[in-house]
Design a protein around this ligand. Sequence first.
Ligand code: FAD
Length: 414
Amino acid sequence: MKVGIIGGGVIGLSSAYYLQKSGHEVTIIDQGDLSEGCSYGNAGMIVPSHFIPLAAPGMIAKGIRWMFNSSSPFYVKPRFDLDLLKWGYQFYKNSNQDHVRNSAIALKEISLLSKAMYQQLNKDLLFDFGYCERGLMMLYKTKEAEHEEKETAAMASEYGIEARILTPEEVQQLEPEVKVSVRGGIYFPGDAHLTPNALMKGLREYLKERIHFLTNTKVTDFEFENKKIKNIQTDKGEFAFDTIVIACGSWSGLVTKKLNLNLPMQAGKGYSFTLPDVIKNIHIPSILLEGRVAVTPMGNSLRFGGTMEITGIDHSINMNRVKGIINTISDFYPEMKVKIPPSEKIWHGLRPCSPDGMPYIGRSKKIENLVLATGHSMLGVSLAPGTGKLISEIINEEKISTDMKMLDPERFHR
Ligand SMILES: Cc1cc2nc3c(=O)[nH]c(=O)nc-3n(C[C@H](O)[C@H](O)[C@H](O)COP(=O)(O)OP(=O)(O)OC[C@H]3O[C@@H](n4cnc5c(N)ncnc54)[C@H](O)[C@@H]3O)c2cc1C
């Protein structure tokens, strides 16, 4: 079958990987040159421990509190935009315990599938992408965060995900080279991490021999015939495929408008910067909870990532929020002296956020030859090979590895 994938981020490349393995003739179309974007400078965490969707009880109240602090980790740019209003309403409607319970199992299943796929890729692919199974620590300084994390740990145990509650001394023992100042932490030994830039570069090189790439080619519209997409129209001409996969990340909502599909999506901007050649490095990837800062060792380097700004497709760097990341680092690692990097050293990426915190994965019921793979928000790297495997199972009409109900791409049509 000729399969066209729109979008060459980690989700597009992973889908291409499994599809070409099944014998399909695959083409990736991307508006960029596949050298940057959300899938490159992220924190690289593989996190089956993150089974609670973004839309969860308490998130609205927390979000409102954070909105009034210019260096906080979360911000929604107030603007009159019907798509944002609808997205906000859906987020509000889904921020409840029932939604968390229903989503948690689906997220856990696809996460565990994805981790198993990474273990396999680490054996099969002949390049090193820094895959490492050292777990993840969720570190906290306040009673409020401790309470929330202990609840998550209890829920994790219920779902069969190992979680250990750590005292400050136990945290320090796991982190022998860097002084850590915390009230405590939760350790998830089943989590892992990788170096996203290495994964992306390696996958691109591997696929270059096996699939077609149409880079610097922007998809602008579609031509239909009998409930099917007949042609993809781009700024470089028209292309026809038997099946089309939409993996356009934060742009997926805009692209699917051309297909008359309702796929609520907002870009959640985040920043990262990476310290090279760190002598006394962090050993275990951690999330510094009160500041929502992700800390990942990548070889001798150390990457810090954070913030979620819902500001539309916007590539500006807000230095106040970068300062917020720096302040959190010195609160948690008081002896680590990290200076604010110049803006050109700060990477940013746009996370594709659905309003219920669940990805959109599945075949369209309205358009017969369309499959969607997007909306992974903070978990795109973590869920990428699992998503790619599911996409190949869907297109091959094989038995699907997980329950897809919560991932239905047309769930907001009802
Ligand atoms: C600071 C930060 C830290 C993060 N940390 C983690 C982490 O630790 N673990 C984790 O799992 N996730 C993490 N994430 C999230 C993760 O990076 C994303 O979920 C993931 O990269 C999304 O991948 P994607 O392929 O869906 O989208 P993208 O990587 O954005 O790819 C979409 C592609 O579609 C192309 N495209 C869009 N529109 C068109 C069009 N019209 N025509 C042609 N091409 C088009 C774009 O050019 C782009 O290349 C983090 C994100 C940020 C910002």
